[in-house]
Design a protein around this ligand. Structure first.
Ligand code: HMG
Ligand code: MG
Length: 354
């Protein structure tokens, strides 16, 4: 059975490689892309494939494969990588070895200078998680809550208010330990249990996290139902209380709107985006929601817009295919499936033709 799966993956990869070769060598784009001034010239990609991409996977990836995945991502130029989650292993078995993964990454960081400027972040829902993260050597954590009460209860067994109360002593201790804290708000458009969410509610929860001292607030479309128009309405509201430079967007790609939503976010000056290599995954507490938009597709779109990411697209595609062979499935990524043209003419210049 396993050899059948690997054979079909090999055939699919060969087909994808052939399609890559059939594409025109020269990109159909010419000249420097024309973007309005408020678009960022550089974007930070927060790679979530080793956490969000795996947490819902029934096949448990061995610890050494997880560290290899993360090492490959770091080698592809990704400087911000979610490496795991300190959560109840009975609820999310795939994350049970996060302490071992983080310890190994910390060891490599000490031994190998090329890892020094890469940040490995771990999800922390409560003080027990914080203590585990610090013990494993984490230098950055994500505390996460939601804009919808139904999801908050299912995801972390507490109300939104209770989650904020849990975070207060975590932020205080992290501040003393020099641990960077990112804050996350899930269900920004709809809660899978309670229904639609108002932008004002998202802004209120995001501000509470920001006021606690989180250096960046990630807004998560957990179920991937948002549209560019909704993204615009949301950011109009949230940027009243938090500057765009301190926001990050996290889109799941249920209805293929994630790239359009990223484009809408760029127009507000947002310059930090979560994405997952190979587009795998989803949240075990939001049934039916698929993976994040793939890093491959986000990097490709940004590069074609002339926006720099520091990421080597070919290496991420290769890593996504490697992960696919580990999990027995094909990457959910258009550029991985269909290839892309030569983008070497792009200059990533701040000066844009207007
Ligand atoms: P709880 O049941 O309220 O906690 O869980 P508790 O204190 O009552 O303890 C119950 C058991 O959990 C005990 O174990 C604790 O030791 C253990 P037992 O005695 O039964 O063997 N426990 C823990 N174990 C490991 N690490 C911990 C921890 N805390 C308690 N930190 C808790 C509260 C939050 C822990 C639980 O509900 C949980 O683990 N939930 C899973 C949350 C999760 O991983 N969700 C997916 C990630 S979030 C996401 O995907 C959204 C995002 O991508 C953005 C987006 O898409 O919108 C970020
Ligand atoms: Mg997610």
């Amino acid at each position: 059975m396993n050899s059948l799966i690997s054979q079909s993956i090999r055939i699919a990869s060969l087909r994808a490689a052939r399609r890559t070769m059939e594409l025109p060598k020269k990109s159909l784009l010419t000249g420097t892309p024309r973007l309005p001034d408020n678009f960022p010239s550089k974007v930070r990609i927060v790679e979530v494939g080793a956490r969000d991409g795996l947490q819902n996977e029934p096949t448990i990836l061995p610890t050494n494969a997880k560290t290899e995945l993360i090492a490959r991502l770091a080698d592809a130029g990704l400087k911000s990588i979610e490496a795991g989650a300190f959560v109840n292993p009975k609820l999310v078995p795939q994350m049970a070895d996060t302490p071992a993964v983080l310890k190994e990454l910390r060891r490599r960081q000490i031994m190998d200078a090329s890892y020094m400027d890469t940040s490995f972040c771990a999800l922390v829902p409560n003080m027990k998680g914080y203590e585990g993260a610090v013990e494993a050597g984490a230098r950055e954590i994500l505390v996460f809550t939601a804009a919808g009460e139904g999801f908050s209860k299912k995801n972390t067994n507490c109300t939104i208010d209770e989650s904020i109360e849990r975070f207060k002593p975590i932020l205080a201790r992290a501040h003393n330990h020099g641990v960077r804290v990112r804050g996350g708000v899930s269900t920004i458009f709809a809660d899978p249990y309670d229904g639609p969410i108002e932008p004002t509610k998202v802004a209120e929860v995001a501000k509470r996290l920001h006021d606690l001292g989180c250096y960046e607030i990630m807004l998560g479309d957990t179920t991937g139902v948002g549209t560019p128009e909704q993204t615009k309405r949301l950011l109009e509201e949230v940027t009243k209380v938090i500057p765009a430079s301190e926001l990050a967007m996290h889109f799941h790609n249920t209805h293929n709107n994630a790239l359009a939503n990223i484009f809408a976010s760029l127009s507000f000056g947002v310059s930090s985006f979560d994405s997952g290599v190979a587009g795998f995954g989803g949240c075990p507490f939001a049934k039916g929601a698929p993976g994040n938009i793939s890093t491959e597709d986000v990097v490709h779109m940004l590069h074609t817009l002339g926006i720099e990411t520091g990421v080597d697209l070919a290496k991420v595609i290769e890593t996504g295919r490697w992960l696919g062979t580990q999990l027995g499935k094909e990457p959910v990524s258009e550029v991985s499936r269909n290839g892309y043209g030569d983008l070497s003419f792009l200059t990533f210049s701040k000066e844009r033709e207007l």
